[in-house]
Write a protein that binds this ligand. Sequence first.
Ligand code: SER
Length: 433
Amino acid sequence: MTSLHNPKIQREIRQIFLDFYAARGHQVLPSASLVPEDPTVLLTIAGMLPFKPIFLGQRQAEFPRATTSQKCIRTNDIENVGRTARHHTFFEMLGNFSFGDYFKEKAIAWAWELSTEVYQLPPERLVVSVFEEDDEAFAIWRDQIGIPPRRIIRMGAKDNFWESGPTGPCGPCSEIYYDFHPEQGDDHIDLEDDSRFIEFYNLVFMQYNQDAEGKLTPLKAKNIDTGMGLERMAQILQQVPNNYETDLIFPIIKTAAQLAGITYAEADEKTKVSLKVIGDHVRAVVHMIADEIHASNVGRGYILRRLIRRVVRHGRLIGIEGEFIAQVAETAIALAEPVYPHVRQRADQIKAELEREEYRFQKTLERGVKLLEKVIERAQQEKTNLISGHDAFVLYDTYGFPLELTQEIAEEQGLTVDAKGFAAEGPDQMDEL
Ligand code: SER
């Protein structure tokens, strides 16, 4: 097992993956930018995205097999970041891809070999899932790999049919989970129980195109798209309780804690959540600016702005005074540098952009929080748990205080915001949010 503070681990896990597939005929390709060529998404959300035109038969593959470690950002679950053991905005996805070349049998056999023989995860700690209708994948796991049927779980489309969006290439998938508590036995396996299981490797059998009506048409070629979560594998191998305490993120948390004059180990739960949010988001914003995204009020620029604002706010919550984001970013830049040298090359621009945004937002934050506290106090006195759309709108429109921040702070106090009322006050503004 690799220890928590082995500085080489992030490189090792990536390199081991890429080397394994390179030795099996895959072309190693560099990570594509976080800014996708695909106009249907704002950010690169999966390792397969740069290959979408190939899967759809719109572009000829240069190689029949490829492998990458792809930078990704997903913000659909942003409120879970820091609160669960494994939600991220920025993460890296290790993938092996077949463009009309090998299919299920090889993808499954290699994923198993890599997991158990190379990363040396004990087979008895692994459970797999298959799409409920995919008897073929079930049989491969049972007969060729030798997994006991009780540890092959059939799941519905919500979990085991992967699609990159409402339209586009898709297919049934099969996932490998690590079991933190094998002593609980095989009788009541619930893969949704994330105190027991973590899914770390998703094998997608990409064989359909889905149109806007939801109709599936078989693709000309059957493809493989896989994704292994680098942070998740690091959590498993480093034997830490969550992704944030891996070497990929923990040094950023340590820097933030230092600036706040506290230590992570002694911090209370609420402070730990803030430290984890900072650890996660600072990586995201550093990589976004390195990939030429600029803070703005629309599209991916607004995602960046929102992440920076959340960092600033959580910095305040843990007691950091004054400007701090560039110092924390330096740790994230140093972590990224060995694998992504362009991040160091753009370090000055990254820090300048962060400082600019931080400076602008600080004043808004201080004034807005004070006003919101009054609104919350009034609501509590009036024994209502609803903040009116009007109050939220005044905060937004007059004081520049973002709706989602009002919502987040209100939720922390057990209140909700009348978002419909907010929209009714100024429908045009909603587009920005
Ligand atoms: N595209 C799949 C995922 O994102 C596998 O890489 O999980």
